[in-house]
Design a protein around this ligand. Structure first.
Ligand code: IFM
Length: 458
């Protein structure tokens, strides 16, 4: 097998999330989410947009299943909207919400596409945020109850379940940096949130397994290789710290049952943060969090290069040319993916892996003839698939790859300005149009190969 071919059983898919595509923010009994509330805050979203309509997937899901079939993918990774199922986060169910996902799953299966369900992709019911959100242990219990309810309805047909998507983003962007909902800037709260997310992962994993005996359950981490800007000891130290915060803060408890000791020591040096973090860690929590996963989802987009900032903390620096950045300002760095996968294999007792997100934002729009020529996205995806394939050839148990994303969509604090889709979306008319990358990805997914993939732009 050449490095351009993937095993027959390798899964090619695409991914989305509820708040980014569904719309129908107030339709059919859905409760308010923290992103509905946050987007209404002046200045929170770059283009002043909201997720109210997004890609109107709530009403156009049949059309979107047809797109998935046309793409020739084996699997579709999507998230359930917790407030669509439980408008207040717990208690009364919203039957219309359950029916929506019930029909979606049936349609996917009828189209020969395997559903990969994510339980939490950032849209906490606002009612739970009003009670303290992820800073409170009670939210972890509510999450486990919601997970059990979802599994009891969908677990007879859905095999693959993910608890959380990218807990680093939820904790850090949402609670320390204030860039994401709920917009808090409180490092102590962020550490509590991170712990409760991991704990809720463990409880929800258990709940899903108990409800659906065939289920395979995992968690999705956004992992980012961190390189020092130079061999200066200060830069090396900065890289160690940021790697700890980004990657090991989540990997270590999941695979070693402890938070990284070097980080805890640093935190002490920075104040009483570590103590604040540990206060919410009760006996038994870390053992529960380290329960074996059926799979680990890895989201990879880029790397970080860091130097020691004036306050001694890590500070990211840009080392690449403008034309090597995506519209997010992220360096195109496929080598980082190969290194990351090999590191996971070397340093942690990993289960099978899925690359659950990988993709690039580029603003290419339809030309006069209606074609969206997004060669840069094709180059990006191809280079990363090759990097993944090289890691597999070295023994990394990678089982599948999900391109982010099926559709251009609501890119959180960036609104609709950043386009990650294989399908271009006109947000006025909701027309979907395959980009060149969609045609290319179809050839890759159906042939399970990166070479000799004739693809057409008809
Ligand atoms: O759009 C997001 C997604 O929701 C989580 N992972 C990163 C993507 C691109 O920023």
């Amino acid at each position: 097998m050449t490095e351009h071919r993937f095993p027959e059983e390798f899964i090619f898919g695409v991914a989305t999330s509820a708040a980014q595509i569904e719309g129908g923010a107030r339709d059919a009994g859905k409760g308010e989410s923290i992103w509905d509330r946050f987007a209404a805050t002046p200045g929170a979203i770059a283009d002043r947009s909201t997720p109210d309509v997004a890609c109107d997937h709530l009403h156009r899901w049949r059309e979107d299943v047809v797109l998935l079939r046309e793409l020739g993918v084996d699997a579709y990774r999507f998230s359930l909207s917790w407030p669509r199922l439980f408008p207040d986060g717990r208690g009364a169910r919203n039957a219309a919400g359950f029916e929506f996902y019930d029909r979606l799953v049936d349609a996917l299966l009828a189209a020969g596409i395997e559903p990969f369900v994510t339980l939490y992709h950032w849209d906490l019911p606002q009612a739970l945020q009003d009670l303290g959100g992820w800073g409170e242990r009670g939210t972890a219990q509510a999450f486990a109850d919601y997970a059990a309810a979802a599994a009891s309805v969908l677990g007879d047909r859905v095999r693959s379940w993910t608890t959380h998507n990218e807990p680093w983003c939820i904790a850090t962007l949402g609670h320390e940096q204030g860039m994401h909902a709920p917009g808090h800037r409180d490092p102590r709260e962020a550490l509590r949130v991170a712990h409760h997310l991991l704990l809720s992962h463990a409880w929800a994993m258990d709940a899903v397994r108990q409800t659906a005996s065939q289920a395979e359950v995992g968690i999705v981490l956004n992992l980012t290789p961190v390189d020092p800007a130079s061999s200066d000891p200060g830069d090396l130290e900065a890289a160690r710290q940021l790697d700890g915060l980004f990657n090991r803060w989540f990997l270590d408890p999941l695979f070693r049952g402890s938070y990284p000791a070097d980080l805890l020591a640093d935190r002490v040096a920075w104040g009483d943060l570590a103590e604040a973090a540990l206060e919410c860690v009760l006996p038994g929590d870390l053992r529960a969090i380290a329960a074996p996963l059926d799979f680990l989802g890895v989201n990879y987009y880029s790397r970080a290069v860091v130097t020691a900032g004036p306050d001694g903390r890590p500070q990211s620096v840009r080392v690449t040319r403008e034309d090597q950045l995506t519209d997010m300002g992220w360096e195109v760095y496929p080598e980082g993916l190969e290194r990351l996968l090999l590191r996971l294999q070397r340093e942690y007792p990993i289960p099978p892996l899925y690359l659950t997100e990988n993709g690039a934002a580029y603003g290419d729009a339809p030309d006069g003839g209606g074609r969206v020529a997004d060669q840069r996205r094709i180059d990006y995806l191809r280079a990363h698939l090759l990097a993944a394939r090289r890691a597999m050839a070295q023994g990394v148990p990678l089982r599948g790859y999900f391109a982010w994303s099926l559709l251009d969509n609501f890119e959180w604090a960036h609104g609709y300005e950043k386009r990650f889709g294989l399908y271009w979306v006109d947000f006025q008319t909701q027309e979907r149009r395959p980009k060149d990358s969609a045609h290319w990805y179809r050839a890759v997914a159906t042939q399970k190969a990166l070479d000799a993939t004739a693809w057409q732009t008809t």
